[in-house]
Ligand binder design. Structure first.
Ligand code: NAD
Length: 357
């Protein structure tokens, strides 16, 4: 299939491929939309099996960022970059300096930040050659680790879904969390403080034990998390947790968590709906992190310090947007992810129309 026919291409404004022989950099910067503002999305470094796989990942991730940024009501479009290579063995300062030159070459239409395999230290090298980098430490506009803000947004989303689907508050509600890394651990603390009973899993047994001890949680093996007796399933590990294989095992009435791309495919989303499970669309409920990053981009643009009150206001609105999605889905009897996609596309199209007028 050619690039323009790929379903993932869907309306991309630009796809930029860069290579730098001296440093070994090979990267793709995908800009899905700048209708709402400059495209923003992290940089992922991954040992892709082929450049086709890297391109496919960049396209999917950049479109998802357009939707996520629109739903978080940010004046940002969607983009993403991927560096082809092994983040454990192939990172060098020269590689990230070359990446910075690549970001600069896109002329401010794309802002980068951290994603899987890329740290603030790496981005500091990129920053030498471009100002379009967020997520650095040590300056007044810096936003710091986005994970606590993501976790707060997810916590509020879980509480909302529980109120709507179970008609109760979090006290005594059983929540199964898959993955207690950066976001999952903060989420576990918040839910524990609200009186929820937790069932946790992680492939990292040391981390799992630490978080479980701190939250009086029950622990299960990674493969068993789909079978537990829980009211809420919160995927906070990798994508694809909700599939046609796992769905028949999930007994929870609510699925709400931090992971990106939770639905293995659209059919899993439709099956969820038929089973009467309330699903909080991932890119809506997990928008807290990009809101935090947007706070840094805003502060850098204005030459001001980072403003936590602005972030808090956006986080409040994110929960209202989730509520709007749930209301519309209920009213129209449609799956929540389809409603969220429709609202996101309408917000992007609205910005395109305003720009053209
Ligand atoms: P993380 O890498 O810190 O945590 C992920 C955890 O999942 C790790 O502890 C890992 O050991 C565990 N894990 C991996 N595979 C597993 C499996 N099969 N079963 C159980 N546990 C498994 O990542 P994070 O920053 O906490 O992000 C978690 C998810 O949320 C990711 O999908 C990420 O893309 C998404 N997300 C994160 C943020 C953020 O602010 N960090 C924002 C938006 C979305």
């Amino acid at each position: 299939m050619s690039l323009f026919d790929s379903p993932s291409f869907e309306g991309h404004e630009g796809i930029h491929a860069f290579s730098d022989e001296a440093s070994g950099l090979k990267c793709i910067i995908a800009v899905h939309s700048t209708a709402r503002g400059p495209a923003a999305g992290g940089c992922r470094m991954w040992n892709y099996a082929s450049s086709d796989d890297a391109l496919e990942d960049a396209l999917k991730l950049s479109r998802a960022m357009s939707y996520k940024n629109a739903m978080a009501d940010l004046e940002l479009g969607g983009g993403k970059s991927v560096i082809l290579g092994d983040a454990r063995t192939q990172k060098t300062p020269a590689l990230f300096e070359a990446f910075g030159r690549a970001v600069e070459a896109v002329g401010g239409r794309y802002w980068t930040a951290e994603d899987v395999g890329v740290s603030p230290t790496d981005l500091a090298y990129a920053r030498k050659h471009t100002r379009y980098v967020a997520g650095l430490d040590g300056h007044a506009a810096a936003s710091g680790d986005p994970s606590p803000v993501t976790a707060e947004g997810v916590f509020r989303g879980v509480r909302l879904c529980v109120r709507r689907a179970l008609r109760r508050d979090l006290d005594g509600v059983r929540v199964a969390i898959q993955g207690v890394g950066h976001v999952g651990a903060y989420l576990a603390q918040k839910l524990h403080a609200a009186g929820a009973k937790l069932i946790l899993t992680d492939v990292n047994t040391e981390m799992l034990r630490r978080v479980a001890d701190a939250t009086d949680a029950e622990v299960v093996a990674p493969g068993a998390i789909f079978d537990v007796d829980a009211d809420v399933f919160a995927p906070c590990a990798l994508g694809g947790a909700v599939s046609l294989d796992t769905l028949p095992r999930i007994r929870a009435r609510v699925i709400a968590g931090a992971a990106n791309n939770q639905l293995a495919d659209a059919e899993a989303g439709r099956q969820l709906f038929r089973r009467g499970i309330l699903y909080a669309p991932d890119y809506v409920i997990n928008g807290g992190g990009i809101i935090n990053v947007a706070g840094e981009i805003r502060a850098l643009g204005r030459g001001e310090a980072f403003d936590p009150a602005w972030v808090e206001d956006k986080l409040d609105r994110l929960t209202l947007t989730l509520e709007e999605v749930l209301d519309q889905a209920l009213h129209e009897r449609r799956p929540t992810h389809e409603v969220a996609n429709q609202i996101a596309r309408a917000r992007i199209a609205g910005a395109e129309t305003r720009a053209a007028a």
